[in-house]
Write a protein that binds this ligand. Structure first.
Ligand code: AHG
Ligand code: MN
Ligand code: MN
Ligand code: MN
Length: 336
């Protein structure tokens, strides 16, 4: 059987399709290497002393787990010296991280959620890393990039991906020409193309949402879920199944492979906050991947990739996955 490694795949994309410029290819290779290192630490668990929490909080007021901070450090260190980046931003850092002067600078901006699914770290359930790549648009060489350079709508992403640390470690990538999945060959230490063209099934009977928050949702959200819960007796005329892993990466990974819809909606407990998930390093990269796999992604009202971010850590409602479901619940919100 012919095995295509990530390196071969990226070179072929560059050569045959001209979809991945050389600098971007090298940047992705470095991110992939960092994910391999994060996966290695995740795999050690208690034996590596990496479980548990720290005393610190991140800018969003969440208690940081040891692995949140370690994964952030691994990504920063790996990507600093590569020469393809102007700056990075992360869930775990209040402001942007410019590339130090001792390294060459590039034109790309990298954003990441270093460890997604923090509540699952200590219980040995799948977690992941999410990343998004933008270009510093009007950046003048020699001038420092600022946070404003990052505030671009998701449709301007040049690449996005995630790694999932589960029974297998996988890397899923898009450059805007389909979605590709690689499985880590742990003996060889290489990423092997195992899922060459991921397409989300159009129709589904499965939803992923934290049902414990139902009483706090907006009426259109309750309508959508109530109708699904009514099963064959209700207007949908079919029975639905529910899954909630509580790691966005793992929930989205399941949806990419067997369909479904993932929803994290607005919640009346914090009326001023548009949602829980973060636009720039959770919703945007996942929306890009999902659309490229033939699905849809909205903030329950409009397309996520069209939203103009106003701050780095901005939050957003998220509904993504099988197109027909996302369209239906988005219609309910727009009609209300
Ligand atoms: P993070 O661990 O990066 O802060 O993200 C957590 C997110 C996301 O992964 C998941 O879908 C959601 O929080 C889980 O929320 P609940 O605690 O409501 O299940
Ligand atoms: Mn967090
Ligand atoms: Mn997350
Ligand atoms: Mn995180």
């Amino acid at each position: 059987m012919k095995r295509t490694t990530l390196t071969q795949f990226l070179i072929e994309q560059q050569r045959n399709h001209n979809t991945v410029p050389a600098e971007l290819r090298l940047l992705i290779e470095i991110v992939a290497r960092a994910c391999k290192a994060i996966g290695h630490n995740v795999g050690k668990g208690a034996l590596g002393g990496v479980l548990g929490s720290l005393d610190s909080e991140n800018v969003q007021g969440e208690v940081q787990k040891k692995l949140d901070v370690l994964s952030n450090e691994i990504l920063l260190e790996a990507n600093e010296w590569g020469g393809h980046l102007a700056a990075m931003a992360s869930e775990e850092m209040e402001t942007i991280h410019r590339i130090p002067n001792r390294y060459p600078q590039g034109e790309y901006l990298l954003l990441f959620d270093p460890l997604d699914g923090s509540s699952n770290i200590d219980v040995n359930v799948s977690i992941g890393t999410i990343f998004s790549v933008l270009k510093a648009q009007d950046h003048v060489a020699g001038k420092d990039v600022t946070e404003a350079d990052f505030l671009q709508p998701g449709k301007q992403q040049v690449a996005a991906g995630y790694a999932v640390y589960g029974p297998q470690t996988m890397l899923v990538l898009t450059f805007g020409h389909g979605v590709f999945g690689f499985t880590l060959d742990r003996e060889m230490g290489s990423w092997v193309l195992t899922h060459p063209d991921i397409r989300i099934p159009e129709e589904t009977k499965e939803f992923a949402i934290n049902m414990s928050n139902e009483r706090h949702w907006a009426p259109p959200m309750r309508r959508y879920i109530d109708e699904a819960l009514a099963g064959t007796e209700g207007p949908r005329g079919k029975n639905f199944n529910m899954r909630w892993i509580a790691s966005m990466v793992a929930d989205v990974h399941r949806i990419l492979n067997r369909g479904g819809v993932f929803i994290y909606p607005w919640d009346a407990r914090e009326p001023g906050k548009p949602g829980k998930l973060r636009l720039m390093y959770e919703a945007n990269p996942m929306a890009f991947i999902v659309e490229q796999a033939g699905g849809a992604a909205t903030n329950c009202v409009s397309r996520i990739l069209d939203l103009q971010p106003t701050t780095l850590h901005e939050r957003v409602s998220v509904a993504l996955g099988s197109k027909s479901e996302v369209e239906l619940l988005t219609r309910y919100h727009n009609e209300a």
